[in-house]
Design a protein around this ligand. Structure first.
Ligand code: AP5
Length: 209
């Protein structure tokens, strides 16, 4: 199964990805996580991506496409993939269709009003990469799963969030039409409880497996 998760920043792509990837026995690949790891390791790709990410802008297509193409050529992708955060432009979608087209594209639908509160309150674990919201945390600084430090992402500051939403509407939302036209779009409401979202995703994908 080759899957893409589409949806605006904060729609719940990362929250849903691990469980859905496990259900289909495919590897979860988040381009945002790949860039954040590259920044931590100070690789040339990370150094190039950092300024774009901090500002809430997209990293240039050529850099992302090359990185994903190399990643999908690795052995653990033989059974398929779940791409979270890629493609994000029509150019990226056309490139993916050229080297490893998806079977289905889940579009997590959440209105902008809900996204700001989700992102300003998001905390991420530096160790297990768990994703949380402060409304559900007893201590905003400690991961309830593994005990490591929780951080507030640099691009989850209000100015960067607004830029990310604008970038999503201008550059990424055209992909909804792109995948609807080729019959691969699977819209799912992202405003339900996380467990209900997972259930709906698995249900709509059952026919594609
Ligand atoms: P990336 O890391 O991909 O960020 P994003 O797409 O903006 O998505 P997020 O991680 O912000 O949100 P999410 O949908 O995963 O939501 P989450 O599950 O965390 O990209 C970061 C940057 O990297 C980009 O801005 C760009 O610079 C660069 N980049 C990456 N890919 C690129 C590409 N292809 N091309 C160019 N540049 C690229 O949930 C958010 C919050 O909501 C959490 O607090 C969570 O607890 C809560 N939540 C989740 N589900 C629910 C629910 N059902 N109900 C209530 N709350 C919920």
């Amino acid at each position: 199964m080759k899957l893409v998760f589409l949806g605006p920043p904060g729609a719940g792509k990362g929250t849903q990805a691990a469980g859905v990837a496990k259900a289909f026995d495919i590897v979860h690949i988040s381009t945002g996580d790949m860039f954040r790891a590259a920044i931590r390791n100070q690789t040339p790709t990370g150094l190039r991506a950092k300024a774009f990410m901090d500002a809430g802008e997209l990293v240039p297509d050529a850099v992302v496409i090359e990185m994903v193409k190399e990643r999908l050529a690795q052995d653990d992708c033989k059974n398929g993939y779940l791409l979270d955060g890629f493609p994000r432009t029509v150019e990226q979608a056309e490139a993916l269709d050229g080297f490893c087209p998806p079977d289905a594209v889940v579009d997590l639908e959440v209105p902008d009003e809900a996204l700001l509160a989700r992102l300003t309150g998001r905390r991420v674990c530096v160790k297990c990469q768990g994703i949380f919201h402060i409304s559900k945390l007893a201590d905003e600084t400690v991961c309830p799963v593994c005990g490591a430090e929780l951080i507030h992402r640099d691009d989850d500051k209000p100015e960067a969030i607004q830029t990310r939403l604008n970038v999503y509407h201008a550059q990424t939302s055209p992909l909804v039409g792109y995948y609807r036209n080729n019959g691969k779009l699977r819209p799912v409401s992202g405003v339900q409880a996380p467990e209900a979202v997972t259930k709906e995703i698995l249900s709509v994908l059952r026919g594609d497996a």
